[in-house]
Ligand binder design. Structure first.
Ligand SMILES: NC(=O)c1ccc[n+]([C@@H]2O[C@H](COP(=O)([O-])OP(=O)(O)OC[C@H]3O[C@@H](n4cnc5c(N)ncnc54)[C@H](OP(=O)(O)O)[C@@H]3O)[C@@H](O)[C@H]2O)c1
Length: 184
């Protein structure tokens, strides 16, 4: 049977625990980030390092990103799930990833967990996806505590993303987005 393969874009920061969890679930996990030291550190921390494949690339550079993805598909197969945390400085990166996976002749669907910042919730942008893509959106909100609010911790963010993957809902809000004027 084919190994389950997950791609986590931006997996060396707040999504580290998501990478650990995916490995525990039996996935081979490919992680995109620029900094090789951070990628190596994550590999050292993981219980089954042979299942973690670090890809050092700047996702703002489309040529490099598409070369790295082609390499990845060849070596580890097409991802069954993509967890994407991509800064707005690279609006072309996610469409490129979607198109490259969408062009593959896949007999099964793949899942895209698209993580977005809180302000995106109110824009309700339409994200086109290929036919074989199951699109799931995760909004990162904030935490209301008594009379004040704060942003989410890394643990809360990773736990929320793991919850979104497990429940497989179309839309998940981690923390809250209301009342919006109470945000930190
Ligand atoms: N609603 C909320 O509460 C909320 C929402 C968002 C963020 N935050 C907080 O804000 C902090 C900072 O956010 P952050 O976005 O820096 O998150 P982060 O997850 O800590 O870091 C960003 C991730 O993306 C990678 N990355 C960034 N730019 C890249 C590029 N051009 N090409 C390839 N990979 C790239 C980084 O690795 P490299 O640096 O090695 O490239 C890293 O893995 C977070 O740690 C979190 O605590 C809170």
């Amino acid at each position: 049977m084919k190994n389950q393969h997950a791609l986590v874009v931006g997996g060396t920061g707040m999504l580290k625990n998501v990478c650990h969890w995916l490995i525990e679930q039996g996935y081979h996990v490919s992680v995109i980030g620029r900094n090789k030291t951070k990628l190596n550190k994550l590999k050292q921390e993981i219980t089954q390092p042979q299942k973690l494949h670090g890809i050092s690339v700047d996702y703002q550079n489309s040529t490099c990103l598409s070369n790295e993805l082609l390499n990845l598909f060849e070596r580890h197969g097409i991802p069954d799930i993509v967890v994407s945390w991509i800064h707005s400085t690279a609006p072309q990166a996610l469409p490129l990833i979607k198109d490259m996976i969408g062009k593959q002749d896949l007999s099964t669907n793949w899942r895209l967990i698209h993580i977005q910042g809180s302000a995106r919730f109110f824009e309700k942008e339409n994200t086109p996806v290929p036919e074989n893509c199951l699109y799931r959106r995760v909004f990162l909100g904030f935490i209301l505590e008594d009379n004040h609010s704060r942003w989410l911790t890394h643990t809360e963010i990773s736990d929320g993303v793991i919850h979104a993957i497990t429940t497989d809902n179309n839309e998940t809000i981690v923390g809250t987005l209301e009342p919006w004027d109470m945000r930190p």
